[in-house]
Structures are given as structure tokens and as C-alpha cells.
Design a protein around this ligand. Structure first.
Ligand SMILES: [Zn+2]
Length: 359
């Protein structure tokens, strides 16, 4: 006869606290963290994980956050990763009119941030507000040129909310070449949707934290000793190249699923990505995740992403000898003004719970 307690814990996996997931996600989205200046988001995640018993927290020299979680078994250790760094920009040049020429951090098109409010972080610790505009922004001044101008580096500038009309006045504000720029996320929770910039990949960091909390609060530990890596250089391609122990058997990367024409993913499911620009992921681990989703009735889709790379490939390229799979919530208009739904976030977190507890 089966042990009734085991029966209960098998049939009722720990539940995700949706409100707490959304609260943390909102806080994280409102914490600026362009690649290279992701420390505030790393620190916030560290503070949140620090309240969970059983996790041993440390930082890599590159500044990523590592949480080691001892499991029911020491053999066949695993890793899970998600990234807190986001798209952003940097001052490339101070123009003679006092405005700033920019260089992009990460892969995005200028039109996706045209008109957006920003914070400029001076190296001296000062923050100045501003916005991203076309060099010929006003239709009253430039007519059709506003429409026709190519959205490229030379035609985009940052207007500071400060009195400056010369290079010197801008420098006197403490602004210099190399200062970081973060775009306003404009977070809005409406009708179950979460609309914001940078759901890539803060949605997944929140899902990972929610899954870990659910397991810990149920008084459980992962089936295998697990390393959680919150990486800080993913958007430029080398986030998880370091920080994952060399002896892990499996790495589950948690990153957004691409939604749009021709894609199988949507905002109400978690997706398993089986191939992206870097080629196929590990078939065996992907199948294991499919089976877990089916067994636990997790709403999921399987998809391939045509223009996409992940931290799993970064670890593979760095020599990681490990099975890698990729899951994550569907995010509409990725690397633009993004949106997902709570159902996809919870599905992703539940999938992680199932994976972490799977023997
Ligand atoms: Zn991402």
C-alpha cells in the first residue's frame, strides 16, 4: 500500500504564489539593469533569495549571482539559469548641441525605443532624466523627413532634461562618454497581462525565484543538488559562459519564448525551445521536460526561434559538457515593448518546480 504522505506530496506539488511572483517581477522590472550595469537587479534578487533557507549565495568575479542548493542526492547535479541584464545604451559622443549620440547595448532596433524616457547614469553617480528622439523629431519643423529618416545611430539622439545647448554645458552636468542609459520599462499589470520592457528575462528570473520559494516553503529540497545562476551579461552573448560548475549533468535555461507570426508560442503557455540560431538543444533533456509538463498538466508549447541565442549556448561555446534545454513564458513583441500573461509565468514556474523535484 502506498504511503499516504508520499501520495499527497506526489499528487500535489508545491503551489506557486502568483501574487508574490508578480510583486517581485514588478520590483525587478522597475530596477534598471542594462548589461554592464546590472548590479542593482543582481542585488535585489540576492536580497530576495537570501530569505529562502537552504540556499548558499555567492557572486562570480564577473558579478553574476550564484545560489547553491543542496539536494536529496549529490550525484548528477543540475543547474538552472536566467538573466537579469537587459537591453540599454551608452553615451558614445557628446554633440555640439549638448545632446548625446548613443551606442546600443544588446540587439534591438532604434524605432522600438523612439520617444522613450530614460535615465542616464553618470560615472560620478548622478542620474539625469531624458528621452530618445530622432535628430529630426518635429513634423512642424521637418515635415516628411520625420517619417523618411532611417532609424540608425547617426539619426538618433538623447535629449537631457537639463539646461544645455553645448558640449561644455553637458559635460558640466557630469555626463561623459561611456555613461550608461536605461530605458523606462513602463510596467503595467492589466487583466492578467504584464506589459513592460525587459520581460526578457526578468519574467524568468521571477519564475525561478517563485519556483524555489514554493519548494522551500513546502519544506522540500530539490531532488539533486542544484546551482542557480542569475547571469548579468546574457544580452551581449556571454552571460553563462562562466558561473556554472563544470560537473553539472544538466542545465535548464529559463528565457522568454518568441511570439509572433510563424511561431508556435503564445502568451498563455510556457514554451520548450528545441532549436534556435545556435542549433538544436539537447534532445534527451528536452524530452524529459516534455514528459514532466504532460505529467503535471502544465500548459506548454514546443517551438523553434529563428533569431535567438541563449545562455545555454554561451555555456556550450565556453566548453560546458552538459545537456542543455530551454524553457520560458511566451513574450509578445520581444526586445520592443513586451507583454506576457500571468498564465505563462505560472506555467513556467510550475514546470521548474516539477523539474527540480524530479528524481
Ligand atoms: Zn533573454
Amino acid at each position: 500500500m502506498p504511503d499516504p504522505l508520499t501520495e499527497v506530496s506526489m499528487s500535489n506539488p508545491p503551489e506557486i504564489n502568483t501574487q508574490s511572483l508578480l510583486d517581485f517581477l514588478t520590483q525587478l522590472l522597475n530596477t534598471p539593469s542594462p548589461t554592464g550595469l546590472a548590479e542593482p537587479a543582481i542585488a535585489l534578487t540576492e536580497l530576495t533569495l537570501a530569505s529562502i533557507p537552504g540556499l548558499k549565495l555567492s557572486r562570480t568575479r564577473k558579478g553574476a549571482l550564484v545560489a547553491s542548493w543542496s539536494g536529496e542526492r549529490e550525484d548528477g547535479p543540475r543547474a538552472v539559469t536566467a538573466h537579469v541584464d537587459t537591453l540599454g545604451a551608452m553615451v558614445r559622443e557628446i554633440k555640439s548641441n549638448g545632446r548625446l549620440k548613443l551606442t546600443r547595448i544588446g540587439g534591438f532596433a532604434w524605432n522600438t525605443v523612439e520617444g522613450e524616457g530614460v535615465n542616464v547614469f553618470s560615472s560620478k553617480g548622478r542620474q539625469i532624466r531624458g528621452s530618445i528622439l530622432l535628430t529630426k523629431a518635429s513634423s512642424h519643423v521637418f515635415g516628411d523627413e520625420v517619417n523618411d529618416l532611417k532609424r540608425e545611430d547617426g539619426n538618433i539622439e538623447l535629449r537631457l532634461d537639463a539646461r544645455t545647448s553645448s558640449e561644455k554645458e553637458t559635460r558640466d552636468l557630469g555626463i561623459e562618454v561611456g555613461d550608461f542609459i536605461a530605458f523606462d520599462p513602463r510596467v503595467e499589470l492589466t487583466g492578467g497581462f504584464v506589459r513592460s520592457r525587459h520581460l526578457d528575462d526578468k519574467a524568468c528570473v521571477a519564475a525561478v525565484v517563485a519556483a524555489v520559494k514554493a519548494i522551500a516553503e513546502a519544506g522540500l529540497k530539490p531532488a539533486r543538488t542544484t546551482t542557480l545562476l542569475i547571469s548579468n551579461y546574457e544580452e551581449v552573448g556571454h552571460g553563462a559562459a562562466a558561473g556554472i560548475p563544470a560537473d553539472v549533468d544538466e542545465l535548464v535555461v529559463v528565457d522568454m519564448a518568441a511570439v509572433g507570426e510563424g511561431q508556435n508560442s503564445d502568451e498563455f503557455h510556457a514554451s520548450l525551445c528545441v532549436k534556435d540560431s545556435g542549433g538544436p538543444y539537447h534532445h534527451g533533456l528536452s524530452n524529459k521536460l516534455r514528459k514532466l509538463a504532460e505529467k503535471n498538466q502544465i500548459p506548454y508549447k514546443v517551438d523553434t526561434y529563428p533569431y535567438y541565442g541563449s545562455d545555454g549556448e554561451a555555456f556550450w561555446a565556453a566548453g560546458g559538457d552538459v545537456a542543455v534545454a530551454l524553457i520560458g513564458p511566451g513574450v509578445d513583441a520581444s526586445h520592443s515593448y513586451e507583454r506576457t500573461h500571468t498564465e505563462a509565468l505560472v506555467a513556467t514556474a510550475r514546470w521548474l518546480v516539477a523539474y527540480l523535484l524530479d528524481e
